[in-house]
Each structure stands twice: as C-alpha cells, then as structure tokens.
Design a protein around this ligand. Structure first.
Ligand SMILES: [Ca+2]
Length: 140
C-alpha cells in the first residue's frame, strides 16, 4: 500500500455528489456546475497527513484554509486531480492539532454526480464535518 509510509488511517468518510448538491466553478474549471461537498477537517495531532479519494468517477479535491464557493481561489492551499490510483485525488498537508481546514470534494468534469470514499492517513485522528452551504440562497 503506497500510503503505509505516512501512517495509519486517520479518517474515513463516504459521501455523494448529486444533482441536489451545491455547485461551484472549481479551480481550473470554466463552468459553474461542479457539484461539491465541503468538509471541515481537524486533526487531533500535529503532523503530515494525506487525503485520498476512492471513486470510479474522476474526482478533484482541494484543501482550503477557509472556503467560499463564490471565491474558489481564496484561501486555497492546493488542489489535486489524479495523484491517487485511478482518477482519484491525493492531497498532502501538514496539519496542526485542532486547526481546521476545509477539504472540498468535487469532480473533474462539470455536471457530474458521484459516490465516493475518502480516507486520510497520518499520525493522529481526523474529524470531518459537513459544512452546509445554504449560502446559495442567502440574502445579505
Ligand atoms: Ca481526478
């Protein structure tokens, strides 16, 4: 297993991107119709972590310090398309304990739905919580 050098499984998650998901223009994309799921991730222990997706759909992942779907390059740390086996993304980052980041799971192609698994590998435990994006309908 190529991840074994980086530690044990720190996080495991399964989810879906559906036609009911919020969408945005992902970094590098030209359409506003990439469905996404945003997860706030927090590590229990400082160290180096790797996040990898598992899906048959071509996924695309980005890590942010904080995330706004309307400003997809703001607070962006890094994105990845295909570093993991198949068409899956792999993102590596040094996390400080109890410092939150946002992992955004989306698709390479616009308007594409997907089911996916996520795993993180590293020295501690990661908690991940869905960030609800009702801002789509928010009135200032
Ligand atoms: Ca991909």
């Amino acid at each position: 297993m190529i991840f074994s050098s980086i530690g044990r499984v720190a996080f495991s998650y399964s989810g879906f991107l559906t036609a009911g998901s919020n969408s945005f223009r992902r970094p590098g994309g030209i359409y506003d119709t990439h469905y996404f799921k945003a997860l706030e991730v927090i590590a229990s222990t400082s160290g180096h972590y790797a996040f990898a997706s598992g899906s048959t759909t071509d996924l695309y992942g980005c890590l942010y310090d904080s995330f706004s779907q309307y400003s997809p390059f703001s607070n962006l740390i890094e994105c990845n398309d295909d570093y993991a086996p198949g068409v899956n993304f792999r993102l590596e980052i040094h996390l400080l304990a109890y410092q939150s980041k946002v992992l955004v799971v989306t698709t390479y192609e616009p308007s594409e739905t997907a089911s996916f698994d996520l795993k993180a590998y590293g020295p501690g435990i990661i908690t991940g919580e869905d960030i609800p994006y009702s801002q789509k309908y928010e009135i200032d």
